[in-house]
Design a protein around this ligand. Structure first.
Ligand SMILES: Cc1cc2nc3c(=O)[nH]c(=O)nc-3n(C[C@H](O)[C@H](O)[C@H](O)COP(=O)(O)OP(=O)(O)OC[C@H]3O[C@@H](n4cnc5c(N)ncnc54)[C@H](O)[C@@H]3O)c2cc1C
Length: 600
């Protein structure tokens, strides 16, 4: 007689554990290169976006060449590490070289790959320090790390898995704002706050009725202690001075910044989790979860996963927490839910798999049609994650495909910019200008993460013209024809704008940098929205439990992080620090709820 399904799964789990016992991790020391036979050795290491493969040439007892053979690191950001680390290793005749600042993960990945290439035999066993996890955390971004670290602190056996080669997810590249009410940092600065004021901000900025009041109130209530916990873990909050945020200002200064960005949060959460690796925590990277596993009653009892070596397995746990993030790295889902044309700053691993799993279990998704758009992405490559930036508020007009303006360009705040790019037909906005219309010394084009690197105007615009993304003309009519805008409508738009400049009656109320579009050459640049966070998600209770379409809790499954949906918590607007707030607050809360349920 075959064992009941539950027992069979446990037995599969045991086999899986034995398999884990056999998994090897290469030690981080290189044997003396002098003892290594001449030859070309290959090895891999974990970079930011995946495995980095290198070759190391040894000749006459010396490392003569290190080459990066394959990688999927972010162009631009990783380039300095790819260029400098191999040369530094040859120079030092050792892999113990300094990392290149700004490209930490790529540097570490290359170093690890070189060590692995030269040291394939010296290995040690890495084992899971328990038989059965109490909690399976899917995703090791900020939400997964917060959930896992808090669960480990509470004595739960924690298994955290991630498809990526490294932990941290979006927070590895994110700006470091964080939202929290009634925190220690506010008290230090003499700022009085109140959960009711935070809730009032959600109503004011996000719109009452757009969000789930239960979780909005809970967030307002418990976010302060979550931020204090992160503070207790030694997070570097720089000057620790709370501020009003980078979007529409909050009603009380309740934003904080991790020094150097959200990596500061990742570093301290991982350090906390790491303390428990020898007792009750285990992390498996390069582990792709393919779906959830349920029992006959429909409760979630774990997940199916594909390990790094391709082995399919089942991971069972009494509680599974979905921390798979949003879907901003998945162009197909962004097209489906939000934008016809879109670019993204999110890592490729932000695939949005968790939504489909929970939908399959009967969880309705809400606010999926809302997504914060950022203005001025220029689609300069075939990959929607590598693109250029136009500084939208530098004086240029914003023209849609009908040849019309849409807003007061120089007076627009973050919300107006977002709505303009989100609502433009086909999500295409042409930025139109002559040199004299631009605010003197304003950045026009930039590139790199967050448009941080200013581009020289002439060569950059020429490169865009070659790619069919910018146009230059001597007359308004010629520009309209080149861009393929309706000529009469465009001419009427410019005439109305010029009239506004002369008479102070701009149709959109523009008052800043009102300079007529009178003297050519005239330029138009094609831009589309870009995203860095998605905002919808399944409905959940204030205990991080997922609800089905009847409003009933789906047993065994919880969620935290971006998948909760910024709009479900704070409404349909950008609320500074809410992205990381949803990771920290709900990750900590999910762990505490599960620990209480399991009697820990
Ligand atoms: C450029 C940028 C700037 C930002 N700036 C800010 C800011 O200043 N303030 C703010 O509040 N927010 C900001 N955000 C948003 C914020 O960083 C994210 O919302 C947050 O980090 C999401 O964390 P998460 O853990 O929920 O998800 P993620 O970080 O997306 O992590 C999810 C993890 O799940 C893994 N995963 C997904 N599917 C699977 C699967 N099938 N199997 C196994 N693993 C899987 C992924 O590999 C990933 O590591 C920014 C985002 C970006 C991209």
């Amino acid at each position: 007689m075959s064992a009941p399904p539950e027992k069979r799964r446990i037995s599969i789990m045991r086999k899986f554990l034995s398999l884990l016992l056999a998994l090897v991790m290469v030690l981080c020391c290189i044997p003396a290169v002098a003892e290594t036979a001449d030859g070309v050795y290959e090895g891999t290491g974990a970079g930011l976006n995946g495995q980095i493969k290198v070759s190391v040439t040894v000749s006459g007892g010396k490392i003569t060449e290190v080459k990066v053979l394959e990688h999927s690191e972010t162009a631009g950001i990783s380039d300095p590490a790819i260029e400098k680390i191999p040369a530094a290793i040859v120079e030092a005749q050792s892999a113990d070289v300094d990392i290149v600042s700004g490209a930490t993960f790529t540097s570490k990945g290359i170093i690890e790959a070189v060590k692995n290439a030269l040291n394939p035999d010296e290995a040690k066993e890495a084992t899971m320090p328990f038989e059965q996890p109490d909690i399976l955390v899917i995703g090791a971004g900020m939400a997964g790390l917060a959930t896992a670290a808090r669960a480990a602190e509470l004595g739960l056996n924690v298994l955290v898995v991630d498809q990526a080669a490294t932990y941290g997810g979006s927070a590895n590249v994110a700006g470091g704002t964080l939202l929290g009410t009634c925190t220690r940092m506010q008290k230090e600065a003499g700022i009085e706050d109140d959960p009711d004021l935070c809730f009032a901000d959600f109503v004011r900025l996000g719109g009452a009725g757009n969000f789930n009041e239960e979780i909005a109130r809970e967030f307002a209530e418990i976010s302060g202690e979550a931020v204090d916990w992160l503070d207790d873990l030694g997070t570097d909050f720089g000057d620790r001075v709370p501020y009003f945020g980078v979007y529409q200002p909050l009603n009380v200064a309740r934003n904080y910044s991790g020094k150097g960005g959200a990596r500061a949060f990742v570093v301290s959460l991982y350090a906390e989790l790491e303390k428990y690796f020898s007792t009750n925590a285990y992390m498996m990277l390069n582990t792709y979860v393919t779906g959830l596993v349920t029992n006959d009653e429909g409760a979630v009892i774990g997940a199916k996963a594909r390990l790094a070596d391709g082995t399919e397995t089942t991971l069972l746990a009494p509680a599974t927490v979905i921390c798979t993030g949003g879907y901003a790295g998945n162009e197909e889902l962004l097209n489906k839910y939000n934008f016809e044309n879109v670019l993204s700053t999110s890592p490729a691993c932000v695939t949005g798999d968790g939504y489909a799993w929970l939908e399959e279990l009967g969880a309705p998704l809400t606010n999926m049609d809302f997504c914060t758009a950022y203005a001025g992405g220029i689609p300069t490559s075939d990959d929607f994650r590598f693109f250029g930036y136009f500084n939208a508020t530098n004086g240029a007009l914003w023209i849609n495909t009908n040849g019309e303006r849409m807003a007061d360009e120089t007076g627009a705040d973050s919300h107006v910019k977002s709505e303009t790019w989100a609502n433009a037909p086909h999500n295409i906005v042409y930025t139109v200008f002559s040199s004299e219309m631009l605010i003197p010394d304003a950045k026009v084009f930039s590139t790199g993460a967050w448009g941080s690197v200013k581009e020289e105007f002439d060569p950059y615009v020429e490169s865009l013209i070659e790619k069919g993304l910018a146009w230059k003309a001597d007359t308004i009519e010629e520009l309209a024809e080149k861009v393929d805008l309706p000529v009469d409508a465009f001419k009427a738009t410019i005439a109305a704008y010029n009239d506004g400049c002369a008479n102070g009656n701009d149709p959109f109320g523009r008052t800043k940098q009102e300079v007529a579009m009178a003297n050519g050459p005239f330029y138009a640049v094609k831009t589309v929205p870009y995203v860095m966070i998605t905002c919808g998600g399944p409905m959940m209770t204030k205990n991080c439990e997922v609800l089905n379409s009847d409003g009933l809790v789906i047993e065994g499954v919880y969620m935290a992080g971006e998948i909760v949906g910024m709009a479900n918590v704070g409404g349909r607007n950008s609320i500074g620090g809410m992205g990381h707030g949803n990771c920290l607050v709900w990750g900590k809360k999910a762990a505490e709820v599960i620990a209480a349920k399991l009697g820990k």
